[in-house]
Design a protein around this ligand. Structure first.
Ligand code: CUA
Length: 343
C-alpha cells in the first residue's frame, strides 16, 4: 500500500498536473521516447527481481519458521555452494548488460552532433530566470517561447550567462545542463504540433522553480512563415492605439530598450520582447494579461524573487504601467501563435 502511495506521488510529480505537456510519461519527441523506453525496460527488470526475491523470501520464512514443539530445532547449516554462487553472480551481470547495452546505445544515439548541412541551429542561453534563443542562421533573437518545426532535428548549443541552469522539456527530450563556462550540445525532435512546457532543472536561485519556458511546435509551412515574420520585425514601428502610444513613449523614455531588445538586436540583458504579445505566459509562469503585466511592472520582485529587473528602472505610476502594458500587448509580430500550434 505504501508503495502504491509512493507510486502515486511519483506519477503526480512526473506529470506535474495543470501545465500542458509537462510529462515524461507521454513522450512526443525523439529524446523523450528513448528515455521512456529505458524507463520501461528498467522498471520491468526491477519488478521481476523484486517479485523473485519476495517469492524466495516468503518460501524461506514459511518453510524454516520455528514450529510448535521444535523450539530447539536448528535447520541443516550449509556452507559454500559453488553452483548457487555462480548463479547469483551471473544473473545480476546479465541484468546489468541488458540494462547497459540499450542505455549506452541511446546515449550515443542522442549525442548526434550538428553537421554543416543541418538546417536549424539555435543558441540557447539560460539566465536568472529566463531563456534566450538565438537563431544564428536566420538572424532571429527571441526569448521564452522557442518555435521549431515538427519532425525536424533542431540542434541546440546550450550555455548560460550566470550560474548553471538545465534545459528540460520532458515531453520532447531529456535534460541538458546550461553552463557558463562551456557549451553543451543536444538535438530535439518533436513528433506532434503543439505547445510543450519546459522547466529549468538545476537549482539556480530563489526563482528557479519559476524559470519556465515553452517549445511551440508548428508545421514546416507555419515555421517558414514565422521565420519570415520574425525577420521583418521593425522595432521602430509606431503603434496605433492612443494608450499604447503613450506606453511606447514611456518605454522609450525609460530606456527599457537598454535591456530588452525588440527585433534582431543582440542586446540580451533582459528577455527579448519580439512577439511578446503572442507568448503563452508572462515571466514564464503567469497568465499573459494586462493586469499581470501591470503587477509585474509595479513590483517584479513579488512575482519573481531575485530577478534583475527589480530596481533597474524608474518607478512607475499605475497609469504609466498600464500604458506600457497596453503597448506590450501590441507586440504581436506573427499570425503563427501557440494557439494556432495547438489546433
Ligand atoms: Cu535556472 Cu533553475
Amino acid at each position: 500500500f505504501k508503495a502504491l502511495i509512493m507510486l502515486g506521488i511519483v506519477t503526480l510529480v512526473l506529470t506535474a498536473c495543470g501545465k500542458e505537456n509537462l510529462t515524461a510519461l507521454d513522450p512526443k519527441g525523439y529524446g523523450a521516447e528513448k528515455s521512456m523506453d529505458l524507463m520501461i525496460l528498467s522498471t520491468v527488470i526491477m519488478a521481476a527481481v523484486f517479485i523473485v526475491v519476495m517469492l524466495i523470501f516468503t518460501v524461506v520464512i514459511i518453510r524454516f519458521r520455528r514450529k510448535k514443539g521444535q523450539e530447539d530445532f536448528i535447520p541443516k547449516q550449509v556452507e559454500g555452494n559453488h553452483t548457487l554462487e555462480i548463479v547469483w553472480t551471473a544473473i545480476p551481470i546479465i541484468l546489468v548488460f541488458i540494462l547497459a547495452v540499450p542505455t549506452v546505445m541511446s546515449v550515443f544515439d542522442l549525442a548526434d552532433e550538428a553537421d554543416a548541412s543541418s538546417s536549424i541551429n539555435i543558441e540557447v542561453t539560460g539566465n536568472q530566470y529566463w531563456w534566450h534563443f538565438d537563431y544564428a542562421g536566420e538572424e532571429i533573437q527571441t526569448s521564452q517561447d522557442l518555435y521549431i518545426p515538427v519532425n525536424e532535428k533542431v540542434y541546440l548549443d546550450i550555455n548560460s550567462t550566470d550560474v548553471i541552469h538545465s534545459f528540460w522539456v520532458p515531453t520532447i527530450s531529456g535534460k541538458m545542463d546550461a553552463n557558463p563556462e562551456n557549451t553543451n550540445t543536444m538535438f530535439i525532435e518533436a513528433y506532434e504540433e503543439g505547445v510543450y512546457w519546459g522547466k529549468c532543472a538545476e537549482f539556480c536561485g530563489p526563482s528557479h522553480s519559476l524559470m519556465d519556458f515553452k517549445i511551440v511546435v508548428v508545421s514546416q509551412e507555419e515555421y517558414d512563415q514565422w521565420v519570415e515574420d520574425m525577420q521583418n520585425v521593425d522595432p521602430e514601428v509606431q503603434v496605433e492605439d492612443a494608450v499604447a502610444q503613450e506606453g511606447q513613449e514611456l518605454f522609450e523614455a525609460n530606456n527599457c530598450m537598454g535591456c530588452h531588445a525588440i527585433g534582431s538586436s543582440p542586446v540580451a540583458v533582459g528577455p527579448n520582447l519580439t512577439n511578446f504579445a503572442n507568448r503563452t505566459t508572462l515571466a514564464g509562469v503567469e497568465d499573459l494579461t494586462k493586469e499581470n503585466i501591470v503587477s509585474w511592472l509595479l513590483d517584479p520582485e513579488a512575482m519573481k524573487p531575485g530577478n534583475k529587473m527589480t530596481g533597474n528602472y524608474p518607478e512607475l505610476t499605475e497609469d504609466e504601467a498600464g500604458s506600457i502594458a497596453e503597448y506590450l500587448m501590441q507586440l504581436s509580430h506573427s499570425d503563427i501563435t501557440p494557439e494556432s500550434a495547438s489546433n
